[in-house]
Design a binder for this molecule. Structure first.
Ligand SMILES: [Zn+2]
Length: 438
Protein backbone atom coordinates (compact mmCIF):
# COMPACT_ATOMS: atom_id res chain seq x y z
CA UNK A 1 0.00 0.00 0.00
CA UNK A 2 1.66 3.16 -1.16
CA UNK A 3 -0.49 5.94 0.15
CA UNK A 4 -0.60 8.16 -2.87
CA UNK A 5 -0.96 5.55 -5.61
CA UNK A 6 -3.58 3.81 -3.49
CA UNK A 7 -5.43 7.06 -3.16
CA UNK A 8 -5.24 7.63 -6.89
CA UNK A 9 -6.35 4.08 -7.60
CA UNK A 10 -9.35 4.37 -5.35
CA UNK A 11 -10.42 7.80 -6.44
CA UNK A 12 -10.04 7.09 -10.12
CA UNK A 13 -11.53 3.59 -9.85
CA UNK A 14 -8.80 2.22 -12.05
CA UNK A 15 -9.84 -1.16 -13.47
CA UNK A 16 -8.14 -4.15 -11.92
CA UNK A 17 -6.01 -4.96 -14.91
CA UNK A 18 -4.48 -1.56 -15.34
CA UNK A 19 -1.51 -2.03 -13.05
CA UNK A 20 1.88 -1.04 -14.24
CA UNK A 21 3.55 -4.12 -15.67
CA UNK A 22 6.04 -5.87 -13.53
CA UNK A 23 8.63 -6.15 -16.28
CA UNK A 24 9.25 -9.61 -15.11
CA UNK A 25 11.20 -9.34 -11.97
CA UNK A 26 8.31 -7.56 -10.49
CA UNK A 27 8.26 -4.10 -9.18
CA UNK A 28 11.36 -2.90 -10.86
CA UNK A 29 9.54 -0.86 -13.38
CA UNK A 30 7.33 0.80 -10.81
CA UNK A 31 8.01 4.50 -10.85
CA UNK A 32 9.73 5.73 -7.75
CA UNK A 33 7.56 7.89 -5.58
CA UNK A 34 8.93 11.17 -4.47
CA UNK A 35 10.44 10.58 -1.04
CA UNK A 36 7.65 12.22 0.89
CA UNK A 37 9.62 11.64 4.04
CA UNK A 38 11.90 14.51 3.05
CA UNK A 39 9.06 16.90 3.73
CA UNK A 40 7.85 15.05 6.79
CA UNK A 41 8.82 15.99 10.32
CA UNK A 42 11.19 13.47 11.90
CA UNK A 43 9.38 10.16 12.33
CA UNK A 44 9.05 8.72 15.82
CA UNK A 45 11.43 5.86 16.61
CA UNK A 46 8.70 3.42 17.59
CA UNK A 47 5.48 4.51 15.97
CA UNK A 48 3.83 1.12 16.58
CA UNK A 49 0.49 1.50 14.92
CA UNK A 50 -0.96 -0.70 17.66
CA UNK A 51 -0.54 2.29 19.96
CA UNK A 52 -2.42 4.43 17.47
CA UNK A 53 -5.74 3.80 15.94
CA UNK A 54 -8.25 4.64 13.31
CA UNK A 55 -8.40 8.33 12.56
CA UNK A 56 -11.00 10.22 10.56
CA UNK A 57 -9.94 13.56 9.11
CA UNK A 58 -11.70 16.33 7.29
CA UNK A 59 -10.16 16.22 3.84
CA UNK A 60 -12.16 17.18 0.80
CA UNK A 61 -9.47 17.48 -1.81
CA UNK A 62 -6.30 15.88 -3.04
CA UNK A 63 -4.07 18.51 -1.47
CA UNK A 64 -5.46 17.91 2.00
CA UNK A 65 -5.29 14.15 1.66
CA UNK A 66 -1.69 14.51 0.56
CA UNK A 67 -1.01 16.55 3.69
CA UNK A 68 -2.57 13.75 5.73
CA UNK A 69 -0.46 11.12 4.00
CA UNK A 70 2.66 13.21 4.43
CA UNK A 71 1.87 13.57 8.11
CA UNK A 72 1.99 9.79 8.35
CA UNK A 73 -1.66 8.79 8.20
CA UNK A 74 -2.04 5.56 6.23
CA UNK A 75 -5.00 6.45 4.07
CA UNK A 76 -7.43 3.57 3.75
CA UNK A 77 -10.95 4.82 3.29
CA UNK A 78 -12.36 7.76 1.37
CA UNK A 79 -15.68 9.43 2.00
CA UNK A 80 -17.12 12.69 0.73
CA UNK A 81 -15.13 15.41 2.46
CA UNK A 82 -13.34 12.95 4.72
CA UNK A 83 -10.53 10.48 4.77
CA UNK A 84 -9.87 7.72 7.28
CA UNK A 85 -6.91 5.53 8.03
CA UNK A 86 -4.40 4.18 10.48
CA UNK A 87 -2.31 6.65 12.44
CA UNK A 88 0.00 6.73 15.37
CA UNK A 89 -0.50 9.45 18.01
CA UNK A 90 2.55 11.18 16.55
CA UNK A 91 1.03 11.12 13.08
CA UNK A 92 -2.23 12.50 14.46
CA UNK A 93 -0.27 15.29 16.14
CA UNK A 94 1.57 16.03 12.88
CA UNK A 95 -1.72 16.12 11.01
CA UNK A 96 -3.13 18.62 13.53
CA UNK A 97 0.05 20.69 13.36
CA UNK A 98 -0.31 20.77 9.58
CA UNK A 99 -3.73 22.36 10.01
CA UNK A 100 -5.92 19.32 9.41
CA UNK A 101 -9.14 18.87 11.34
CA UNK A 102 -9.23 15.55 13.20
CA UNK A 103 -12.84 14.38 13.50
CA UNK A 104 -12.24 11.22 15.52
CA UNK A 105 -9.60 8.79 16.76
CA UNK A 106 -10.66 5.34 17.87
CA UNK A 107 -10.22 1.59 17.51
CA UNK A 108 -9.90 0.00 14.08
CA UNK A 109 -13.39 -0.64 12.67
CA UNK A 110 -14.57 -4.18 11.87
CA UNK A 111 -15.02 -3.15 8.24
CA UNK A 112 -11.23 -3.10 7.90
CA UNK A 113 -10.97 -6.81 8.56
CA UNK A 114 -10.14 -8.82 5.46
CA UNK A 115 -13.11 -9.98 3.49
CA UNK A 116 -12.49 -12.00 0.37
CA UNK A 117 -11.80 -12.04 -3.30
CA UNK A 118 -14.30 -10.29 -5.54
CA UNK A 119 -17.03 -12.70 -6.65
CA UNK A 120 -15.71 -13.57 -10.07
CA UNK A 121 -12.30 -14.42 -8.62
CA UNK A 122 -13.79 -16.56 -5.87
CA UNK A 123 -11.90 -19.69 -7.04
CA UNK A 124 -8.70 -18.08 -5.72
CA UNK A 125 -7.76 -19.21 -2.22
CA UNK A 126 -7.51 -16.66 0.55
CA UNK A 127 -5.43 -17.41 3.64
CA UNK A 128 -8.07 -19.48 5.46
CA UNK A 129 -8.95 -21.43 2.32
CA UNK A 130 -5.29 -22.07 1.58
CA UNK A 131 -4.71 -23.38 5.10
CA UNK A 132 -7.83 -25.55 4.86
CA UNK A 133 -6.71 -27.02 1.54
CA UNK A 134 -3.23 -27.76 2.91
CA UNK A 135 -4.78 -29.41 5.97
CA UNK A 136 -7.03 -31.49 3.74
CA UNK A 137 -4.08 -32.61 1.59
CA UNK A 138 -2.09 -33.58 4.66
CA UNK A 139 -5.07 -35.65 5.78
CA UNK A 140 -5.33 -37.42 2.42
CA UNK A 141 -1.78 -38.75 2.57
CA UNK A 142 -0.89 -39.08 6.23
CA UNK A 143 1.90 -41.56 5.49
CA UNK A 144 3.96 -38.98 3.61
CA UNK A 145 2.37 -35.60 4.34
CA UNK A 146 2.71 -33.23 7.26
CA UNK A 147 1.60 -29.65 7.75
CA UNK A 148 3.57 -27.27 9.91
CA UNK A 149 4.24 -23.58 10.38
CA UNK A 150 7.72 -22.26 9.63
CA UNK A 151 7.02 -19.06 11.56
CA UNK A 152 4.62 -16.19 12.02
CA UNK A 153 4.13 -13.06 10.00
CA UNK A 154 4.29 -9.56 11.36
CA UNK A 155 0.53 -9.70 11.99
CA UNK A 156 0.77 -13.13 13.59
CA UNK A 157 -0.41 -15.39 10.79
CA UNK A 158 1.25 -18.76 10.30
CA UNK A 159 3.42 -19.32 7.25
CA UNK A 160 2.23 -22.82 6.43
CA UNK A 161 4.40 -25.51 4.89
CA UNK A 162 3.10 -28.79 3.48
CA UNK A 163 5.78 -31.44 3.43
CA UNK A 164 5.63 -34.55 1.30
CA UNK A 165 8.40 -36.83 2.48
CA UNK A 166 8.56 -40.59 3.07
CA UNK A 167 11.04 -40.58 5.96
CA UNK A 168 10.42 -37.41 7.98
CA UNK A 169 7.62 -35.21 9.22
CA UNK A 170 7.28 -31.45 9.82
CA UNK A 171 10.71 -29.95 10.53
CA UNK A 172 12.57 -33.19 11.24
CA UNK A 173 15.59 -34.28 9.22
CA UNK A 174 15.26 -36.39 6.08
CA UNK A 175 17.89 -38.36 4.17
CA UNK A 176 16.13 -37.71 0.86
CA UNK A 177 17.14 -34.86 -1.46
CA UNK A 178 15.13 -31.75 -0.58
CA UNK A 179 13.27 -29.32 -2.79
CA UNK A 180 10.99 -26.41 -1.89
CA UNK A 181 8.31 -24.52 -3.81
CA UNK A 182 7.20 -21.12 -2.54
CA UNK A 183 4.58 -18.59 -3.51
CA UNK A 184 3.35 -15.12 -2.70
CA UNK A 185 6.39 -13.25 -1.55
CA UNK A 186 4.38 -10.45 -3.12
CA UNK A 187 0.83 -9.88 -1.96
CA UNK A 188 -0.98 -9.02 -5.19
CA UNK A 189 0.50 -12.00 -7.03
CA UNK A 190 -2.33 -14.32 -6.07
CA UNK A 191 -1.65 -16.78 -8.87
CA UNK A 192 1.71 -17.46 -7.24
CA UNK A 193 -0.21 -18.99 -4.32
CA UNK A 194 -2.57 -21.00 -6.52
CA UNK A 195 0.19 -22.65 -8.52
CA UNK A 196 2.20 -24.27 -5.70
CA UNK A 197 -0.98 -25.02 -3.74
CA UNK A 198 -2.73 -26.76 -6.62
CA UNK A 199 0.43 -28.49 -7.80
CA UNK A 200 0.75 -29.91 -4.28
CA UNK A 201 -2.82 -31.11 -4.61
CA UNK A 202 -2.00 -32.68 -7.94
CA UNK A 203 0.99 -34.50 -6.45
CA UNK A 204 -1.14 -35.92 -3.66
CA UNK A 205 -4.06 -36.85 -5.89
CA UNK A 206 -1.80 -38.51 -8.47
CA UNK A 207 0.37 -40.33 -5.99
CA UNK A 208 -0.55 -43.71 -7.51
CA UNK A 209 0.78 -42.63 -10.89
CA UNK A 210 4.08 -44.56 -11.26
CA UNK A 211 6.23 -41.53 -12.05
CA UNK A 212 4.73 -39.41 -9.28
CA UNK A 213 4.99 -42.35 -6.88
CA UNK A 214 8.69 -42.73 -7.68
CA UNK A 215 9.33 -39.05 -7.00
CA UNK A 216 7.30 -38.99 -3.78
CA UNK A 217 9.14 -42.06 -2.50
CA UNK A 218 12.57 -40.62 -3.16
CA UNK A 219 12.39 -36.88 -2.44
CA UNK A 220 11.69 -34.48 0.41
CA UNK A 221 9.28 -31.91 -1.02
CA UNK A 222 8.09 -28.79 0.84
CA UNK A 223 5.42 -26.44 -0.46
CA UNK A 224 5.03 -22.99 1.12
CA UNK A 225 2.37 -21.31 -1.00
CA UNK A 226 1.90 -18.14 1.07
CA UNK A 227 5.08 -16.48 2.28
CA UNK A 228 3.23 -13.16 2.70
CA UNK A 229 -0.31 -13.98 3.87
CA UNK A 230 -0.72 -10.62 5.63
CA UNK A 231 -0.25 -8.76 2.39
CA UNK A 232 -2.36 -11.25 0.49
CA UNK A 233 -5.26 -10.82 2.91
CA UNK A 234 -4.93 -7.07 2.83
CA UNK A 235 -5.02 -7.12 -0.96
CA UNK A 236 -8.48 -8.72 -0.89
CA UNK A 237 -9.83 -6.82 2.10
CA UNK A 238 -12.29 -4.71 0.17
CA UNK A 239 -14.28 -4.87 -3.05
CA UNK A 240 -11.36 -3.51 -5.02
CA UNK A 241 -7.94 -5.10 -5.07
CA UNK A 242 -5.45 -2.95 -3.22
CA UNK A 243 -2.63 -3.69 -5.62
CA UNK A 244 -0.43 -4.30 -2.60
CA UNK A 245 3.00 -5.83 -3.06
CA UNK A 246 4.82 -5.70 0.27
CA UNK A 247 4.24 -7.19 3.69
CA UNK A 248 2.28 -5.28 6.36
CA UNK A 249 5.15 -3.78 8.32
CA UNK A 250 4.27 -0.33 9.64
CA UNK A 251 7.30 1.72 8.69
CA UNK A 252 8.55 4.57 10.82
CA UNK A 253 7.30 7.17 8.37
CA UNK A 254 3.73 5.88 8.45
CA UNK A 255 3.94 3.93 5.21
CA UNK A 256 3.22 0.24 5.11
CA UNK A 257 5.34 -2.63 3.96
CA UNK A 258 8.73 -4.00 3.14
CA UNK A 259 9.38 -5.72 -0.17
CA UNK A 260 10.17 -9.22 1.08
CA UNK A 261 11.97 -10.11 -2.13
CA UNK A 262 14.44 -7.28 -1.58
CA UNK A 263 15.00 -8.11 2.11
CA UNK A 264 17.38 -11.08 1.78
CA UNK A 265 21.03 -10.54 2.67
CA UNK A 266 22.82 -11.28 -0.60
CA UNK A 267 23.67 -7.90 -2.08
CA UNK A 268 21.18 -6.23 0.24
CA UNK A 269 21.26 -2.45 -0.04
CA UNK A 270 22.44 -2.43 -3.64
CA UNK A 271 20.77 -1.59 -6.90
CA UNK A 272 17.18 -2.31 -7.82
CA UNK A 273 15.77 -1.91 -4.34
CA UNK A 274 14.63 1.25 -2.64
CA UNK A 275 15.80 2.76 0.65
CA UNK A 276 12.52 4.71 0.88
CA UNK A 277 9.81 3.03 2.95
CA UNK A 278 7.06 4.47 0.78
CA UNK A 279 8.32 2.67 -2.29
CA UNK A 280 7.02 -0.64 -3.53
CA UNK A 281 10.52 -2.03 -3.66
CA UNK A 282 11.52 -0.87 -0.17
CA UNK A 283 14.29 -3.20 1.00
CA UNK A 284 13.59 -2.88 4.74
CA UNK A 285 15.68 -1.35 7.51
CA UNK A 286 18.22 -4.18 7.33
CA UNK A 287 18.63 -7.55 5.67
CA UNK A 288 16.21 -10.05 7.19
CA UNK A 289 14.45 -7.31 9.13
CA UNK A 290 11.09 -9.02 8.48
CA UNK A 291 9.65 -12.05 10.27
CA UNK A 292 8.60 -13.55 6.93
CA UNK A 293 12.13 -13.54 5.47
CA UNK A 294 13.54 -14.65 8.83
CA UNK A 295 11.20 -17.65 8.68
CA UNK A 296 12.33 -18.58 5.17
CA UNK A 297 15.96 -18.13 6.23
CA UNK A 298 15.49 -20.42 9.23
CA UNK A 299 13.65 -22.96 7.08
CA UNK A 300 16.43 -23.08 4.47
CA UNK A 301 19.26 -23.08 6.99
CA UNK A 302 17.59 -25.88 8.94
CA UNK A 303 17.27 -27.99 5.83
CA UNK A 304 20.73 -29.22 4.94
CA UNK A 305 19.36 -31.61 2.31
CA UNK A 306 17.82 -28.79 0.27
CA UNK A 307 19.27 -28.71 -3.24
CA UNK A 308 16.62 -26.83 -5.18
CA UNK A 309 13.98 -24.17 -4.68
CA UNK A 310 11.48 -22.40 -6.88
CA UNK A 311 9.82 -19.13 -5.93
CA UNK A 312 6.70 -18.32 -7.94
CA UNK A 313 5.83 -14.74 -8.82
CA UNK A 314 3.67 -13.02 -11.38
CA UNK A 315 3.78 -11.83 -14.08
CA UNK A 316 5.56 -11.82 -17.48
CA UNK A 317 6.06 -15.56 -18.21
CA UNK A 318 9.75 -15.90 -17.44
CA UNK A 319 12.08 -18.56 -16.07
CA UNK A 320 14.80 -16.72 -14.12
CA UNK A 321 17.99 -17.86 -12.42
CA UNK A 322 20.82 -16.10 -10.51
CA UNK A 323 22.31 -13.65 -10.49
CA UNK A 324 19.65 -11.02 -10.17
CA UNK A 325 21.83 -8.54 -8.34
CA UNK A 326 24.66 -8.53 -10.86
CA UNK A 327 25.17 -8.80 -14.59
CA UNK A 328 27.99 -11.30 -13.99
CA UNK A 329 27.20 -14.92 -14.79
CA UNK A 330 27.60 -17.29 -11.87
CA UNK A 331 31.24 -18.31 -11.57
CA UNK A 332 30.79 -22.08 -11.27
CA UNK A 333 30.86 -23.13 -14.94
CA UNK A 334 29.32 -26.54 -14.38
CA UNK A 335 26.49 -25.09 -12.33
CA UNK A 336 25.95 -22.35 -14.90
CA UNK A 337 25.66 -24.95 -17.63
CA UNK A 338 23.14 -26.87 -15.52
CA UNK A 339 21.13 -23.70 -14.89
CA UNK A 340 21.13 -22.87 -18.59
CA UNK A 341 20.06 -26.35 -19.66
CA UNK A 342 17.30 -26.47 -17.04
CA UNK A 343 16.12 -22.95 -17.86
CA UNK A 344 15.93 -23.79 -21.52
CA UNK A 345 14.12 -27.06 -20.84
CA UNK A 346 11.58 -25.50 -18.47
CA UNK A 347 11.12 -22.63 -20.90
CA UNK A 348 10.24 -25.19 -23.55
CA UNK A 349 7.78 -26.91 -21.19
CA UNK A 350 5.98 -23.72 -20.20
CA UNK A 351 6.42 -21.44 -23.16
CA UNK A 352 8.05 -18.95 -20.77
CA UNK A 353 11.24 -17.11 -21.68
CA UNK A 354 14.36 -18.35 -19.86
CA UNK A 355 17.10 -15.93 -18.78
CA UNK A 356 19.47 -14.85 -16.06
CA UNK A 357 17.45 -12.57 -13.75
CA UNK A 358 19.63 -9.53 -14.30
CA UNK A 359 19.07 -9.87 -18.03
CA UNK A 360 15.93 -7.89 -17.36
CA UNK A 361 17.47 -5.47 -14.88
CA UNK A 362 19.49 -5.68 -11.69
CA UNK A 363 17.68 -6.18 -8.39
CA UNK A 364 19.39 -6.93 -5.11
CA UNK A 365 18.22 -8.68 -1.98
CA UNK A 366 16.06 -11.37 -3.53
CA UNK A 367 15.58 -14.91 -2.27
CA UNK A 368 17.24 -16.75 -5.12
CA UNK A 369 20.53 -14.84 -5.09
CA UNK A 370 20.81 -15.47 -1.35
CA UNK A 371 19.85 -19.14 -1.49
CA UNK A 372 22.30 -19.79 -4.33
CA UNK A 373 25.07 -17.46 -3.14
CA UNK A 374 24.95 -18.36 0.53
CA UNK A 375 23.85 -21.98 0.40
CA UNK A 376 24.43 -23.30 -3.12
CA UNK A 377 20.76 -24.17 -3.51
CA UNK A 378 19.73 -24.21 -7.17
CA UNK A 379 17.19 -21.40 -7.09
CA UNK A 380 14.56 -20.33 -9.54
CA UNK A 381 12.11 -17.50 -9.96
CA UNK A 382 9.18 -18.15 -12.26
CA UNK A 383 7.18 -15.17 -13.40
CA UNK A 384 3.85 -16.79 -14.18
CA UNK A 385 0.95 -15.89 -16.41
CA UNK A 386 0.04 -13.56 -17.98
CA UNK A 387 2.59 -12.23 -20.38
CA UNK A 388 1.66 -8.58 -19.97
CA UNK A 389 -0.54 -6.12 -18.17
CA UNK A 390 -2.80 -6.14 -21.23
CA UNK A 391 -3.64 -9.77 -20.49
CA UNK A 392 -4.67 -9.10 -16.92
CA UNK A 393 -1.45 -8.21 -15.13
CA UNK A 394 -1.62 -9.16 -11.48
CA UNK A 395 -5.29 -10.02 -11.75
CA UNK A 396 -5.77 -12.34 -14.74
CA UNK A 397 -9.01 -13.79 -13.38
CA UNK A 398 -10.11 -17.28 -12.41
CA UNK A 399 -9.64 -18.94 -15.83
CA UNK A 400 -5.87 -18.37 -15.57
CA UNK A 401 -5.62 -20.73 -12.60
CA UNK A 402 -6.15 -24.06 -14.38
CA UNK A 403 -4.05 -23.21 -17.44
CA UNK A 404 -1.14 -21.89 -15.37
CA UNK A 405 -1.18 -24.87 -13.03
CA UNK A 406 -1.20 -27.17 -16.06
CA UNK A 407 1.74 -25.33 -17.65
CA UNK A 408 3.76 -25.68 -14.46
CA UNK A 409 3.16 -29.36 -13.74
CA UNK A 410 6.00 -30.75 -15.87
CA UNK A 411 8.58 -28.24 -14.68
CA UNK A 412 7.69 -29.21 -11.11
CA UNK A 413 8.21 -32.91 -11.80
CA UNK A 414 11.39 -32.13 -13.71
CA UNK A 415 12.88 -30.15 -10.82
CA UNK A 416 11.82 -32.77 -8.28
CA UNK A 417 13.47 -35.44 -10.39
CA UNK A 418 16.72 -33.45 -10.67
CA UNK A 419 16.76 -32.53 -6.98
CA UNK A 420 19.08 -35.45 -6.19
CA UNK A 421 21.77 -33.72 -8.25
CA UNK A 422 20.71 -30.68 -10.30
CA UNK A 423 24.17 -30.58 -11.88
CA UNK A 424 23.40 -33.68 -13.87
CA UNK A 425 21.25 -31.44 -16.06
CA UNK A 426 24.53 -30.11 -17.46
CA UNK A 427 25.06 -33.53 -19.05
CA UNK A 428 21.58 -33.47 -20.50
CA UNK A 429 20.35 -36.01 -17.95
CA UNK A 430 16.96 -36.02 -16.33
CA UNK A 431 15.18 -34.67 -19.34
CA UNK A 432 13.65 -37.59 -21.15
CA UNK A 433 11.08 -38.62 -18.58
CA UNK A 434 9.43 -35.24 -18.65
CA UNK A 435 9.71 -34.14 -22.23
CA UNK A 436 6.87 -31.79 -22.98
CA UNK A 437 3.88 -33.33 -24.65
CA UNK A 438 3.04 -30.35 -26.78
ZN1 LIG B 1 6.73 -10.84 -7.27
Amino acid sequence: MRSLPLLAALLLSIPRASAAPDHGFDGHAAGRSAPASLETPPAPKTPAIEKGGWVVLEAGDSKTRTTAATAGVSLEEFRPGQVAGFATPAAVARARAAGLKVLSVGPVPPSMRPRDFPGKDAPYHNFAETAAELRSLAGKAPDIASLFSIGKTIQGRDIWALRLCPDAQAASVSRKPGIAFMGMHHAREHLSNEVPLLLAKRLVENRKDPEVARLLASRDITIIPMVNPDGGEYDVSSDTYHMHRKNMRRNDDGTVGVDLNRNYAWGWGGEGASPYPIDDTYRGSSAFSEPETKAIKAFIEGKKNLTTLLSYHTFSELVLYPWGGSHEPIADKNALKAYQVMASEMGRMTGYTPMQSSGLYVATGDLTDWAWGEHGVFSWTFELTPKSMWDGGFYPGAPAIATTVQANWRPMLYLIDLADDPRRAAQGLGLSAFAPSR
